[in-house]
Design a protein. Structure first.
Length: 392
């Protein structure tokens, strides 16, 4: 987001006595529906952010102003309750609640925030808002907290205060992202390491315009099918506790034990974990052709075995793959709508956008949003007046 424009917007209301914080959205390159199976994911923070201007004061009151939702919400740090009238505020309230409960004594502040992470598109605008809030309020109170702990606290806020049962990947990458690198995360241990995105490519996100209405119920169904598969496989593989522990060869050997649908759900997760680790090797070797093939295979598996794609996602992926300079494309996120991710040679990125958007609209009668992204740094404080370096 353009930092200079944001500063021009907030300065008349906050004066010069404020501090600026930024936290990015994210895209998951590969590793879908593996997180709740103790598996591996490979997200990257993107250069689309939530920006937050915070002016501290001596009291315990917090006033929130949302530029995107055009709303205002006020609460006391001594008694943080849920606000049904301004639901966007509960992401910030929840973070403050969890921080206070964890023993951090926060300072009251006036807060104005906005961003260019598309809301509801699967690029984790909520996690970016949470991580920006935690980074800002902890910094104002002069606490130095590692990014891993910030991610855990923000996940807890969304789980327990907002009431969304999310994993930790989104908060983790928003807090710990690095420029030009993705982050391999082991969802069992939270061990992680940064992986270089090969030079000369862009991460192009395509928002289908379809919001993910079926995700909640279907997510729970898929999770139950994975758990059923683990329970059955434990009768012959007693050492396993999650699908992360099962190899593709073991799953194929014991296929007859599983109901057909449960087998296909398990096959997606087991092969997707393998694809994530293969993708890491391809990225470290700069092998874009192999990386693209793995993205394509991930989409086929999500479409056919896990059955979480939809016509619009499939259409955008098919159109993307036909374009010059495209190494691979797949749906990204939970499914049933949301976004695709395409790996595109940098010199073809503009032509890709110009071709895909009208072709998709003609095919499904929906206008997409296409974002050419680069892997970005995680949450941080910005220098006042340093607006020229802000990402557009």
């Amino acid at each position: 987001m353009d930092l200079a424009a944001f500063q021009r917007r907030v300065t008349p209301e906050l004066g010069d006595e404020y501090r600026l914080f930024r936290a990015p959205g994210r895209v998951n390159l590969i590793g879908e529906h593996t997180d709740y199976n103790d598996g591996f994911v490979l997200p990257a923070a993107i250069d689309r952010d939530v920006l937050m201007a915070v002016r501290p004061h001596g009291g315990r009151t917090v006033t929130l102003v949302s530029l995107d939702f055009e709303g205002v919400s006020t609460f006391s740090l001594d008694e943080i309750g849920y606000d049904p009238a301004q639901p966007w505020s509960n992401y910030l309230r929840g973070v403050c609640f969890v921080l206070e409960e964890a023993g951090f004594h926060l300072r009251g502040a006036d807060v104005i925030f906005g961003g260019d992470v598309p809301i509801g598109s699967g690029l984790s605008s909520s996690a970016a808002l949470e991580v920006a809030t935690a980074t800002a309020f902890l910094s104002l109170a002069e606490y130095d907290v590692p990014g891993e702990e910030i991610a855990r606290l923000c996940q807890r806020a969304e789980n327990e205060f907002v009431g969304t049962r999310c994993g930790i990947m989104d908060q983790f990458i928003s807090a710990l992202g690095e420029a030009d690198r993705a982050l391999l995360i082991d969802c069992r241990t939270l061990a992680h390491r940064s992986i270089p995105v090969p030079p000369g490519v862009k991460l192009v996100v395509g928002d289908t315009g379809v919001r993910r209405g079926l995700v909640s119920s279907e997510y729970n169904t898929r999770r139950g099918q994975c758990e059923e598969g683990v329970a059955i496989l434990q009768t012959v593989l007693p050492g396993i506790t999650a699908l992360r522990d099962v190899t593709p060869e073991q799953l194929a050997t014991h296929k007859a034990l599983l109901p057909e649908m449960v087998y296909r759900r398990c096959r997606h997760v087991v092969t997707e974990d393998a694809r994530v680790l293969q993708a890491v090797g391809a990225m470290e070797a700069g092998d874009l052709l192999t990386l693209g093939r793995l993205l394509n295979a991930s989409h086929e598996s999500l479409r056919d075995d896990y059955e979480v794609s939809c016509r619009e996602l499939d259409t955008m992926v098919e159109i993307a793959r036909r374009q010059p300079g495209v190494y691979g494309a797949r749906m990204t996120g939970a499914g049933f709508g949301g976004c695709t991710i395409s790996l595109v040679a940098a010199e073809h990125a503009d032509a890709f956008v110009a071709a895909v958007a009208p072709a998709y609209e003609a095919a499904v009668n929906l206008t997409p949003a296409i974002y050419v992204c680069a892997a970005s740094a995680g949450a941080r404080e910005e220098e006042i007046g340093d607006g020229e370096s802000g990402a557009a």
